[in-house]
Design a binder for this molecule. Structure first.
Ligand SMILES: Cc1ncc(COP(=O)(O)O)c(C=O)c1O
Length: 463
């Protein structure tokens, strides 16, 4: 696959920022794009001359950067062909240095299972299961019990919903992928929050859509900008309820005014995770054409792998017809257990929300103590802080943090065009003592980076 000079320039973003000579900054940024998976293995880079023109820099700078990458094993060159992306032969993770325990994983924003609650839900599901034995067990819309339970969940939130408005999926990501399959064609424009959930970015780009990013700033969502971009878009994808990664919640006034002119997917995966603020009104209450997706992955446990789409029956029918190319339905036991959890209001447990608030506060306090230059505003809910460093260090820190016993998700994974190099997402889904230990390790990594250390770790999987 050939990559154009303009595509590489877009991915590099503001590579010229930062200390050191230009060729070193350029080779550093290109190396991080390889490690991050944004430049895929085997991809053919543009010629030195084309890239120099696209970047507005000299051919000498690009040539020196390419030579460094070849020396370190990140590029393969052959006479008269384009340089191709590769990985050095030895990228096996090194043993963490100066750490006293296993690596702490801050790349997944997902809670551990509430053991007793899940046990009880599965015990009840197993009792109900024989009811289903007479049928074949394939149900592309999902079982009636769960469709009814999800419809009631919406009704409790003030949004009238019938079971035939619901299609059950294997998690919210599956819901998004199915909707993308039926709603997005190559070259369509898709409006996204910026930053946004990384697997949404890859889902839309794999569908060959063009992304229209609209900033989610510390002040929230901007109605005017959203409307303007929505006028040009074929689809919008928004996370108004405790947005991943910032934890922000769209204000009631924006919700009430915002009527986008394009079809809109509203991701409500975090909707039940309000931390000390009022539960938000569902956006679909004010935008009746909105299609909502959700799951219990963040409010109960990701391992259940159950989620849903709420839409008009005619759209659900298109999804149901498109589904068999990848799967033929969701496991019945998990659906029954999820129905028990939803009917028992277990997606909004006051004790779990209190614990999350305590963890969030412990994480912010540890940051204030060990990384005082890092700014991490208090999120209204959800599972993550969106931390801002004074320098664009995020990808470099992520590539070296495992050497110090912690994995993190770098900011550019949540955006396009190399944005968010000053940010990292930090989940508060671990106990306070572990979060504090993780931050001390991150501070060690930041110190080592300031002293010139580099890392070669490939980005961890995230959710
Ligand atoms: C905003 C958002 N949407 C969807 C998902 C995927 O959820 P699920 O695990 O239900 O597939 C996630 C998981 O991180 C998420 O944060």
């Amino acid at each position: 696959m050939k990559i154009s000079s303009h595509a590489v320039a877009r991915m590099l973003g503001t590579w010229q920022e930062g200390p050191g000579p230009a060729h070193q900054r350029l080779s550093d940024r290109l190396r991080l794009l390889v490690l991050d998976g944004r430049l895929s293995l085997g991809a053919a880079l543009p010629s030195e001359r084309d890239l120099a023109v696209a970047l507005g820099t000299s051919r000498t700078t690009v040539g020196a950067a390419f030579r460094t990458l070849v020396e370190h094993g990140y590029l393969a060159t052959q006479a008269r062909t384009r340089a191709t992306v590769r990985l050095p032969d030895d990228t096996t993770p090194r043993q963490p240095v100066g750490t006293d325990a296993e690596t702490i994983d801050l790349s997944f924003a997902a809670p551990a299972a509430p053991v007793e609650i899940l046990h009880a839900a599965f015990a009840s599901a197993l009792e109900q299961l024989p009811r289903h034995f007479e049928r074949h067990g394939y149900d592309r819309y999902g079982i009636a019990e769960l469709r009814e339970a999800v419809a009631r969940w919406y009704q409790r939130r003030g949004l009238p919903t019938r079971p035939d408005h619901i299609l059950i999926t294997n998690g919210a990501q599956h819901a998004l992928a199915l909707l993308t399959r039926v709603l997005v064609s190559p070259r369509d424009k898709v409006l996204i929050d910026h930053p946004t959930y990384p697997h949404a970015i890859t889902t839309f780009t794999h569908a060959r859509a063009r992304l229209l990013p609209v900033a989610v700033t510390p002040d929230g969502w901007d109605t005017e900008q959203l409307r303007a971009a929505g006028g040009d878009a074929n689809l919008a994808y928004l996370i108004p309820d405790f947005h991943n990664p910032t934890g922000m919640c769209m204000s009631t006034s924006v919700r009430r005014q915002l009527r986008l002119p394009c079809p809109t997917i509203v991701d409500e995966t975090m909707a039940d995770l309000a931390l000390g603020v009022a539960d938000p009104e569902p956006l679909a209450l004010h935008m009746p054409t909105a299609v909502s997706i959700g799951s219990v992955s963040k409010s109960v446990w990701g391992g259940l792998r159950t989620g849903w789409i709420r839409a008009v029956p005619s759209l659900l029918e298109r999804v149901e017809k498109a589904r068999p190319t990848t799967d033929l339905g969701t496991p019945v036991v998990e659906q029954l257990a999820t129905a028990v959890l939803l009917n028992g209001h277990q997606t909004q447990r006051p004790d779990a929300l209190r614990q999350l608030s305590t963890q969030r506060d412990a994480l912010r306090q540890a940051l204030a103590e060990h990384l005082p230059d890092v700014h991490a505003p208090q999120p209204a809910g959800g599972l993550t802080l969106w931390a801002t460093f004074p320098q664009p260090v995020s990808s470099r820190l992520a590539a070296m943090a495992p050497d110090h016993g912690v994995t993190i998700a770098a900011g550019p994974r949540f955006g396009i065009g190399g944005a968010f190099e000053r940010n990292i997402r930090l989940p508060y889904t671990l106990p306070p003592s572990q979060l504090t230990r993780a931050v001390t390790r991150l501070a060690q990594a930041a110190q080592a980076h300031a002293e010139g250390a580099t890392g070669t770790h490939t980005p961890p999987p995230i959710a």
